[in-house]
Ligand binder design. Sequence first.
Ligand SMILES: Nc1ncnc2c1ncn2[C@@H]1O[C@H](COP(=O)(O)OP(=O)(O)OP(=O)(O)O)[C@@H](O)[C@H]1O
Length: 235
Amino acid sequence: MSEASALIRIRDLSKSYRRGGQEIPVLLDIQLDVPAGDFIALMGPSGSGKSTLLNLIAGIDQPSSGRIEIGGIDIATLSEASLANWRAAHVGFIFQFYNLLPVLTAFENVELPLLLTDLSAKQRRAHTLAALEMVRLSDRMDHYPNELSGGQQQRVAIARALVSDPTLIVADEPTGDLDRVTGAEILDLLQQLNRDLGKTIVMVTHDPKAAARASRMVHLEKGVLVSEDQMNAQA
Ligand SMILES: Nc1ncnc2c1ncn2[C@@H]1O[C@H](COP(=O)(O)OP(=O)(O)OP(=O)(O)O)[C@@H](O)[C@H]1O
């Protein structure tokens, strides 16, 4: 893969947190290229820095040093306001516990990211219905989250992640709260978004079965990135 074709290009990325006057290193000198249209699974033991790396890629946290270029923009250099605009346009988020707003219906939850855009109400409705159709939940659009199963709530969350047609989808343990069968359905859907819509997906998971659905696995060990090839070479 040529470097120029990478959608995500991470160089010399380090992140540490400061706690009680102490510097706690969490990510150390990460280098990573993710081509457009890739589906990568980010694995590693608890506390190895997976969510931290995902949050940096999604522009919801700032690195201590290094570059994170996404589509040619170094997001580490953006101001908070520019970063918020960048996120709204380019990133869809899927979380372990869905993070739906309980007072909004499925339709309203999915429509929410579009309220930040200049689309008309009619256009917003068309995009929202299309996203709900994609996750096969059109018949539940007037339901509130507590009237939906866990799998259905995660499908609403996927529709919300998709509705603004982002380049990149980040998913943090998207099947972590679901049973095996429902989790497999969610993974089917993520694979469909990747294959049919060409969405680039970065997914954090503990589950080797979930990771096997990705086109590539990368492992973090104590804040250091170890690629699948390196893992094989060490074995
Ligand atoms: N805001 C924060 N302030 C201080 N330390 C933090 C903060 N966020 C994360 N950490 C620390 O960074 C390390 C990595 O956390 P992270 O959540 O990225 O790990 P993870 O690999 O996603 O773990 P898990 O699989 O358990 O979710 C942990 O030691 C954690 O305590």
